[in-house]
Design a protein around this ligand. Structure first.
Ligand SMILES: Nc1ncnc2c1ncn2[C@@H]1O[C@H](COP(=O)(O)OP(=O)(O)OP(=O)(O)O)[C@@H](O)[C@H]1O
Length: 328
């Protein structure tokens, strides 16, 4: 799923329309785009002779064909902004969200997140998308010599409702959330590093990914047990004349959510079960928040404060691209 919101606070930005938007005119719209990617069966599923139950019938529609043992027998179809079949490359999926990622270069906040059941391919897809977005961001920087860019990165995970810094070598520390009148929810003492080039940025992203909580479940040997948020803050300045410097600031969030799961499917107990409960609860809150946001002003109270995930993402969700991944 992807979301766009204005970035730089009104008090700090020259509001003149930018000369060009890297992602093209559409990158300036504020909306939620929902894309679905079906992944191919993995070795384990092939060995178990699992059947593929989902099929893409066109660019926007997937159909669920219930296996014979299910009570429901009728196929059901679902429509999305875009759907990608199992043969699709990550590059093609990325093309669908490229405009969103590049809009952050011109001061428009954007969030790309992957939502789906455990082992559906969220981490696989988000890694590819992040890698491709970093390439494009640095290509844009190279082709825009008239602007000075600074890219900062922070990384956190929410594990069992505790917030941990993925760029801090002291992994045991739980970080507090604070309410800032201007910035909204901020994570206290979250390390933010300035990247001094694309290689450095990739190294920092790799550090975040290596620090994340991973565990084995019956569905995935390397299941992510936490929600991961990698945030790039992109600042740039453009000297228009001797009196006027125009500046842009926006964040681009890459959110790889932990997978929703049924204990019966993952055979979870002990620590895995506890993790699964926290994961499901926070995903439920996220679903409620997004549902209410999509209804608009009539939706009443929006329960951002019911989970750390929605508190941290609050400002990124108001105004948002999602990549739900389905398996079969
Ligand atoms: N499009 C794809 N093509 C080939 N293999 C894929 C694809 N997507 C995912 N996989 C493989 O499927 C397995 C599960 O993927 P992944 O770990 O990304 O799932 P996940 O949704 O992040 O799971 P979890 O929620 O448990 O963390 C991995 O072995 C991954 O390499």
């Amino acid at each position: 799923m992807t979301v766009r919101t204005p970035g730089t606070p009104a008090s700090k930005i020259d509001r003149t329309t930018p000369v060009s938007t890297p992602g093209g005119p559409k990158a300036r719209e504020e909306k939620i785009v929902v894309t679905v990617r079906l992944r191919p069966l993995n070795k384990r599923e092939q060995l178990a002779k699992d059947q593929v139950s989902w099929e893409c019938i066109d660019d926007h529609t997937i159909v669920y064909k219930p296996p014979p043992h299910e009570r429901v027998t009728q196929p059901a179809s679902f429509t999305f902004d875009k759907v990608f079949g199992p043969a699709c490359l990550t590059e093609t999926v990325y093309d669908g969200v490229k405009n969103v990622a590049l809009s952050a270069l011109n001061g428009i906040n954007a969030t790309i997140f992957a939502y789906g059941q455990t082992s559906s391919g969220k981490t696989y897809t988000m890694r590819g998308i992040t890698e491709k977005a970093v390439n494009d961001i640095y290509n844009h920087i190279m082709n825009t010599p008239e602007r000075d860019f600074t890219i900062k990165i922070s990384g956190l995970e929410i594990y069992n409702e505790n917030v941990k810094d993925l760029l801090n070598s002291d992994p045991g520390r739980n970080l507090k959330l604070l309410d800032d009148p201007e910035k909204g929810t901020v994570v206290e003492k979250l390390v933010e590093e300035t990247a001094n080039g694309s290689q450095h940025l990739r190294q920092l992203i790799n550090i975040c990914e290596a620090q994340r909580q991973v565990g084995e479940t019956a569905l995935n040997d390397t299941s992510s047990r936490s929600h991961q948020i990698i945030r790039l803050t992109i600042e740039s300045t453009l000297r228009e004349n001797s009196d006027c410097v125009r500046s842009f600031v926006a964040s681009l969030n890459f959110v790889d959510l932990a997978g929703s799961e049924r204990a019966s499917q993952t055979h979870a107990d002990g620590a895995r079960l506890r993790e699964g409960c926290h994961i499901n609860l926070s995903l439920m809150t996220l679903t409620t928040v997004i549902r209410k946001l999509s209804v608009g002003k009539r939706s009443g109270h929006i329960p951002y404060r019911d989970s750390k995930l929605t508190r941290i993402l609050q400002h990124s969700l108001v105004g948002m691209h999602g990549l739900p991944s389905f398996v079969r």
